[in-house]
Design a protein. Structure first.
Length: 232
């Protein structure tokens, strides 16, 4: 199963969701933001090297505590040398060897986001409780559906406790998929600052329940799609 975590707008928490879903799904997470990577850099080869044909995908996977990451480089030269059309081959290889892959997509609606969505079996849309973020999530949803990539779940990130239920209802209605609300929590920010999933850094944080809900939605999609994609 290959999952694309996307949303359109920058700063909504796609990398946080990707890292935590990788933990919940026991998946490899691929930092596929070729220009402005957010997940930790590794100690060796990275996605730039892999997409340029200089490294094997499996050899570039690095471990960070409980998480396996295919990190991305930070240089403009590396981004320019990357052949984005090779991404599908790379994530397919990781899926064959590791079973599940989470792709941390870049912000925006550029060509490479479409490439990543097309590589995935399902998508998770991430938004925040702002009109601009929801509008961008809607646009990303349109691209995903044009590419026949179903939306497994929505994550409404950084909500307040007072608006959680109302937001979940509104976002689920507008975006048409099960919605999990992650309330603003210092524990979530602290875990990300350490490059750790919330489950590892703060096991009592209630945000873990939301990440579990999203993982369960993905697993339900995995079962429905298993006959077509050969996952199970």
């Amino acid at each position: 199963m290959i999952v694309a975590v996307c949303g359109g707008k920058g700063g909504v928490g796609k990398s946080t969701v990707s890292l935590n879903l990788a933990r919940e799904l026991d998946a490899v997470v691929v930092d596929a933001d070729l220009a402005t990577a957010d997940l930790p850099r590794g100690s060796g080869a990275d996605l730039h090297d892999v997409l340029a044909g200089r490294a094997d995908p499996l050899e570039a996977v690095d471990s960070f505590g409980s998480i396996r990451i295919l990190p991305c480089g930070r240089t403009l030269a590396g981004a320019r040398a990357s052949n984005v059309s090779e991404l599908e081959r790379v994530v397919d290889r990781l899926e064959r060897e590791c079973s599940r892959v989470v792709i941390d997509c870049p912000a925006g609606l550029a060509r490479d986001v479409g490439t990543q969505l097309e590589c995935a079996h399902v998508a998770v849309l991430v938004t925040t409780p702002t009109e601009a973020a929801v509008v961008d999530a809607l646009r990303t949803r349109e691209i995903a559906l044009e590419l026949d990539t179903p939306i497994a779940s929505i994550v409404c990130n950084r909500a307040t406790a007072d608006e959680s239920e109302r937001l979940a209802t509104r976002v689920e209605r507008e975006l048409g998929a099960p919605t999990a609300v992650i309330e603003e929590r210092s524990a979530v920010d602290d875990a990300m600052a350490r490059w750790q999933p919330v489950r590892d850094a703060h096991p009592d944080c209630d945000a873990i329940d939301a990440f579990e809900d999203v993982a369960h939605s993905i697993e339900r999609c995995e079962k429905r799609l298993s006959g077509r994609i050969g996952v199970l």
